[in-house]
Design a protein around this ligand. Structure first.
Ligand code: MF3
Ligand code: CO
Ligand code: CO
Length: 309
């Protein structure tokens, strides 16, 4: 053995130039005939009180909400292109959701000012749509949540903007795979930490980091219920998976260190090291013998399955 230090694998450079906040357009209104979640007026969802499992009627409604969220996300993704502002994506998503007689769940949730989250490059999640035009080579996560007939459906995909680097293709592909493996690990009787274990194993194999500050959550009559789904292995996440549970699996993987930092807008979470990050999300229902993805279109497709990458 020589004494020379072994060379480290080349690190992903910070995303250059860094994403900067743009300008926000005026707050959008929702017609009074559309049924709003309790926080829509005050911004305060209050403490979670809902059960961890859904009854048959709630499940039927969640299938519909999931289907709406998936078709909105699919259409939003087809509009991703260089020059399109994230504000334009917000406008399209807002109008589409209203056309389904549904409410865009992010709007005024804890004061969030827009109808969808758009997270570009080193933005991990909760990016606020603004006047920044997407640029060739960017990657953008679009996170759509809709509230329809009293229940939410929550789903996201990271899309390439035009041609992207090999490294970013790798990041997007393996993040989607990590989500799929996390979902496949779901079985009644197991603790919820099997999900994070599967995701983390896949990320490690592919030299990617797993964000710890943001986790999956119970979703149903509430946008975020008390059920917590970490995307890393947490031995203490011992809640047993039971049929009828509905929750999200939404891993955020990173090219570099997964530590997060918050912008002064108190929403936009970015990687501390400025390296890029991707995320995928489904809302799922636990069945007696496995799992069903609720955020799919009526033909059973998910926007992430159709992503051409
Ligand atoms: N859709 C996000 C999630 O997956 C939550 C967004 S909260 C908002 O949990 F207020 F930023 F919209
Ligand atoms: Co979610
Ligand atoms: Co979401």
């Amino acid at each position: 053995m020589s004494k020379r230090k072994r060379k480290l694998a080349p690190k992903a450079p910070p995303s250059v130039p860094p994403v900067e906040a743009g300008l926000l357009s005026p707050v959008k209104l929702v017609p009074s005939n559309i049924k709003k979640p309790p926080y829509a007026l005050t911004g305060d969802p209050g403490n979670s009180t809902s059960s961890l499992v859904r009854d048959a009627d709630e499940i039927k409604r969640m299938e519909k909400a999931g289907e709406i969220a998936a078709s909105v996300l699919l259409e939003a993704g087809s509009n991703v292109a260089p020059g399109v502002t994230t504000d334009k994506i917000d406008e399209m998503v807002h109008e589409m959701i209203l056309s389904f007689d549904a409410y865009p769940s992010p709007l005024n949730y804890r004061g969030f000012p827009k109808s969808v989250c758009t997270s570009v490059n080193e933005v991990i999640c909760h990016g606020i749509p603004d006047s920044r035009p997407l640029q060739e080579g960017d990657i953008v996560n679009i996170d759509v949540t809709v509230y329809h007939e009293g229940v939410h459906g929550d789903t996201s995909v990271t899309f390439p903007v035009g041609e992207i680097s090999e490294r970013d293709v790798h990041l997007i592909k393996e993040t989607r795979k990590a989500m799929d493996l996390g979902i496949e690990a779901v079985k009644p009787g197991r603790p919820v930490n099997v999900i994070g274990r599967a995701i983390e194993r896949h990320a490690k194999r592919h030299s990617l980091g797993v964000v710890r500050e943001f986790i999956g959550h119970g979703v149903g009559t509430e946008f975020h219920s008390s059920l917590q789904i970490p995307h890393y292995y947490d031995p203490y996440a011992s809640t047993e998976i039971i049929p009828g549970m509905t929750f999200t699996v939404e891993p955020m993987l990173t090219l570099g260190d997964p530590s997060a930092q918050m912008w002064s807008d108190n929403w936009t979470a970015v990687t501390r090291d400025g390296r890029r990050t991707a995320q995928f999300e489904h809302t799922i229902l636990v069945l007696e013998n496995g799992v069903k993805r609720l955020t799919v279109t009526s033909d059973g497709n998910a926007p992430s399955d159709l992503l051409n990458i």
